[in-house]
Design a protein around this ligand. Structure first.
Ligand SMILES: [Mg+2]
Length: 407
């Protein structure tokens, strides 16, 4: 018997120029004017500023050259966190499964809600109206049968729009688009694809997968080929049931210098903390897992005075754990290192309390970095360790350059 798989209905909701829109909402003098949030590096630009070519992640000087009339305002992260919470409260009411992607973006699975809540298009339109009326912000919505197409649709709907891709119309929608619209294709991949004459999503879809992998790498090639052909069955993962957030990395068998190991530790904690912030979780206990060359294992943990989702306190706990196990690492040789954060709580008031204490190198910068990476890919900005910094660690904004992108 032929069994048809029922089409899923997925919504991607994404606030428009989030930080800049909050500033325009709160100060009527900024409305209709080019607004840049952040003086050093552009953290967000209003659509009026984007019209002059200003983009997030751009240096402030360059942005002011492009847009001399722009009003530059400092970031107010407490206001953004509050606005984000108010928006998520509306999203959580609209669907049983809501997956937070970042401070201003989420997926909702609205499959089978037709009788209760209306068609996916009606749900999307209602979300937009409620966010506008109750929080005062523009949000764009894409509706489709997969996460990927929904995300591409919301981007195409911007600013302040709604786009529904009807079931069966996915390829007709995707294929004429430029390759950079595919999820995960940043400036580096775009440039590389262009060099091979691959310009549209259709070009990618028609290509042989192996050839594509030769151009952009194995994992990316496989992923892009699948997305261009509308193969994306990833479920919307409901936040909230997760008990820990972790990441691990296998190491080669050769000995590692303390500096090399520290680099791995920084990368892992950065990834864990970013995922915690995306999921709206704070945690108290950092767990270190080690596997040695003789296949024995060790686990150590450290509990912080208070829960956090900021990178810096998690990293300093992680480094303390590694330092404490240094003799064993040197004696037995390390082949795998992993961290997880447990004792998770939902963010209630913790984030706001932490903001002023952590200062510019703390959570607010973490959130800004998350936003920029979400827009430009994980490689867009990197943390850099400054040797002269007190605790040996300071996040630095490093806009990508050509060499970095070409890697
Ligand atoms: Mg957004």
């Amino acid at each position: 018997m032929f069994v048809s798989r029922r089409a899923r209905a997925i919504i991607h909701a994404d606030l428009d120029a989030f930080f800049a829109s909050v500033e325009q909402r709160d100060d009527p003098r900024l409305r209709g004017r080019p607004v840049i949030v952040g003086g050093g590096v552009v953290l967000a630009a209003s659509y009026e500023a984007r019209a002059c070519g200003v983009r997030s992640g751009m240096g402030g000087r360059r942005a002011r050259e492009l847009c001399p009339d722009a009003i530059v305002v400092p970031a107010r992260f407490d206001a953004y966190v509050a606005a984000s919470r108010a928006v998520f409260a509306i999203l959580e009411d609209a669907a049983p499964a809501v997956e937070r992607i970042s401070i201003d973006e989420a997926f909702l699975d609205v499959t089978g809600l037709e009788r209760i809540s209306g068609t996916p298009a009606q749900i999307g339109a209602r979300l937009r109206r409620e966010v506008r009326e109750r929080v005062g912000l523009p949000i764009s919505v894409g509706v489709a049968t997969s996460k990927h197409v929904a995300k591409v649709a919301s981007a195409a709907a911007k600013p302040d729009g709604l786009l529904v891709v009807e079931p069966g119309r996915e390829l007709a929608f995707l294929h004429p688009l430029p390759v950079e619209r595919l999820w995960g294709v940043g400036p580096a991949t775009t440039e590389r694809l262009h060099r091979h004459g691959i310009v549209t999503v259709a070009d990618v879809a028609r290509m042989d997968e192996t050839t594509l992998m030769g151009i952009v790498g194995r994992a990316a090639g496989r992923r892009l080929h699948a997305l261009a052909n509308d193969r994306d069955r990833r479920p919307v993962r409901r936040d909230g049931r997760r008990r820990s957030v972790g990441a691990q990395s296998a190491l080669g068998r050769r000995p590692h210098t303390p500096a090399e190991l520290d680099e791995v530790v920084v990368g892992l904690i950065d990834r864990v903390a970013r995922r915690m912030r995306a999921a709206g979780r704070i945690g108290r206990t950092v767990v270190l897992r080690l596997r040695f060359a003789d296949y024995t294992r060790a686990t150590r943990s450290r509990t912080l005075a208070r829960p956090t989702q900021a990178t810096r306190p998690l990293l300093s706990a992680a480094r303390g754990l590694v330092a404490a196990t240094r003799p064993a690492i040197e004696r037995r040789g390390l082949t795998l290192v992993g961290f997880s954060v447990t004792n998770l709580e939902e963010v209630v008031g913790g984030v706001q309390l932490e903001l002023p204490l952590d200062g510019p190198a703390g959570l607010e910068l973490d959130l800004a970095l998350d936003g920029i990476r979400e827009r430009f890919g994980a490689g867009a900005v990197r943390r850099a360790r400054l040797l002269e910094a007190g605790d040996g660690y300071a996040p630095l904004l490093m806009p990508f350059d050509r060499e970095e992108r070409a890697r």
